[in-house]
Design a protein around this ligand. Structure first.
Ligand SMILES: Cc1cc2nc3c(=O)[nH]c(=O)nc-3n(C[C@H](O)[C@H](O)[C@H](O)COP(=O)(O)OP(=O)(O)OC[C@H]3O[C@@H](n4cnc5c(N)ncnc54)[C@H](O)[C@@H]3O)c2cc1C
Length: 453
């Protein structure tokens, strides 16, 4: 017991809960509901239907709405919604990913890359009247987003963009929601106007009718069974000269006038591209947080099991020994617990920084760049940690760890791909390294001999 009668566990929980403690408390209470947990025995079709139903329940929680900009223009509570979403990862990761796609990626693209004229879409997508997807990756290009092949060519005669997949490798691939549920896609494509390519921009493209059939010119298909996340309907999309209104360009950073003239406040195309991607940093922050949360679920299962499971009698007492009394078992699990605490503190700090930047409280231009680097680095650390820690937890529970009802195998399967989506870990590490080395070069470039010393 700590002083003043508050238990160490309570003090630890307060410290780990971080700045949005009340949000976590409320989320924990709302999520204490059997309807929100996964059922690993379901087939693909049933698992997807169940997750969609679960999302409808989550949509009634007030924190979904609170993350978005309010109609009067005041920013949403970015920190609160990312924290609540992290808590959702304790339930079922298919539900977490599908929710992240709808409100985080699709909703995030509309809110952060769009302008007032796109507000109506937010009003539809928040309560799930409009289901969407985030179509960036293509069969030919995943990590190399700048070289996507899908085109959106402006036609001034009709004031429309023509969205097209010019090659088989331009097919959108792995897209969450594209196999079954999404009616609209936020499509990343090369914008072409006046015969000139202006780089990757994002467009809202309707893909399905109300009955779920592909719209004219759109061909969707299903990625089928995956290594995990059975409740997420990942799919593919091909576009054959699909026409969308000019206004469907998400035009926060660039616009095309009716006559086809292009304008942007950011002149440098490369800076424009990285600003566009940087705006979507919330997704990466959330993926890292969810992976770490999943690792905490695994660790709490393994530690609790180790406190009760007994193997081999103590020769002095004749009593069988609990696993956690073995030093080797402590060495396997306790450093992982300590590391999971460290990552939780780091995540809380990252979310706090993100909140300050995204709510306009930190306007230092260097803060956004630093945030992107931290988000990338921490996403790598957390997802790698989750993969390793959950495997150790599985082994630490012996055969019981291998039974699906004990969750560890599902956690393992579902978190596996977290190292790949929202930025492949190796590529992200290279990006962070490049930025740090560039910053270092800037610092030392003009130093004379004395400066070097
Ligand atoms: C389940 C799932 C859900 C997804 N959901 C979505 C979604 O909703 N929307 C969406 O747009 N995308 C989605 N994706 C796609 C995901 O973002 C991409 O898979 C990811 O960006 C990696 O791209 P890639 O698969 O083409 O791999 P690649 O980029 O081809 O990488 C393959 C390997 O090559 C390595 N590599 C690549 N480039 C380099 C380099 N320069 N130097 C060294 N090594 C390199 C990588 O480290 C990796 O190991 C999803 C993917 C999956 C599996």
């Amino acid at each position: 017991m700590a002083t003043s009668g508050v238990s160490i566990a309570e003090e630890l929980r307060t410290a780990l809960d971080g700045p949005w403690r009340a949000v976590r408390e409320r989320a924990r209470a709302l999520l204490d509901d059997d309807r929100l947990y996964g059922d690993p025995s379901l087939d693909l079709k049933a698992a997807r239907a169940r997750v969609l139903e679960q999302m409808r329940l989550v949509a009634t929680f007030d924190w979904v709405d609170s993350g978005f900009r309010h109609p009067d223009g005041t920013p949403g509570d970015a920190g609160a919604v990312v924290t609540a979403l992290e808590t959702l990862a304790y339930t079922d990761l298919s539900l977490w990913v599908k929710s992240g796609v709808q409100w985080g990626l699709f909703g995030g693209a509309v809110e952060n890359l769009g302008t007032e004229r796109h507000r109506t879409y937010l009003d539809e997508l928040i309560p799930l009247r409009l289901l969407g997807c985030f179509a960036m990756t293509e069969t030919g290009h995943g990590s190399d987003v700048a070289n996507l092949e899908t085109t959106a060519t402006y036609d001034p005669a009709t004031r429309e963009f023509v969205v097209h997949s010019p090659t088989p490798s331009a097919r959108k691939d792995y897209i969450g929601g594209a196999a079954e549920h999404a009616r609209m896609a936020a499509v990343f494509a090369q914008l072409i106007t006046g015969g000139e390519s202006k780089g990757v921009h994002c467009f809202l493209v309707p893909i399905r009718d109300e009955a779920g059939g592909d719209l004219t010119g759109v061909t969707t298909s299903d990625c089928g069974y995956k290594g995990g996340l059975p409740g997420v309907d990942n799919g593919r999309i091909l576009f054959d000269q699909v026409r969308i209104p000019r206004e469907n360009l998400l035009n926060r950073y660039a616009d095309v006038a009716e006559d086809g003239s292009y304008s942007s406040d950011i002149e440098n195309p490369s800076r424009r591209f990285f600003t566009t991607l940087g705006t979507l940093v919330r997704g990466r922050v959330s993926v890292g947080g969810a992976a770490a949360a999943a690792a905490r679920v695994g660790l709490s299962i393994a530690v609790r099991y180790a406190e009760q499971r007994r193997q081999f009698a103590d020769p002095d007492t004749g009593q069988e020994t609990v696993l956690l009394d073995y030093r080797s078992h402590q060495r396997r699990l306790l450093p992982l617990v300590a590391r999971s605490y460290a990552l939780a503190f780091a995540q809380n700090d990252l979310v706090r920084r993100m909140h300050l930047v995204q709510t306009g409280q930190d306007t230092d231009p260097r803060a956004q760049r630093a945030l992107e680097n931290r988000a990338a680095g921490l996403k790598v650390a957390q997802t790698r940690f989750a993969t390793a820690a959950i495997q150790e937890c599985r082994e630490a529970c012996g055969g019981a760890g291998y039974l699906t009802e004990n969750r560890l195998v599902t956690l393992k399967a579902d978190t596996d791909v977290f190292t790949t989506f929202e930025g492949d870990n190796v590529v992200l590490t290279q990006l962070v390294a490049k930025d740090l080395l560039t910053a270092y070069a800037d610092e030392v470039r003009d130093l004379d001999a004395l400066g070097w010393v």
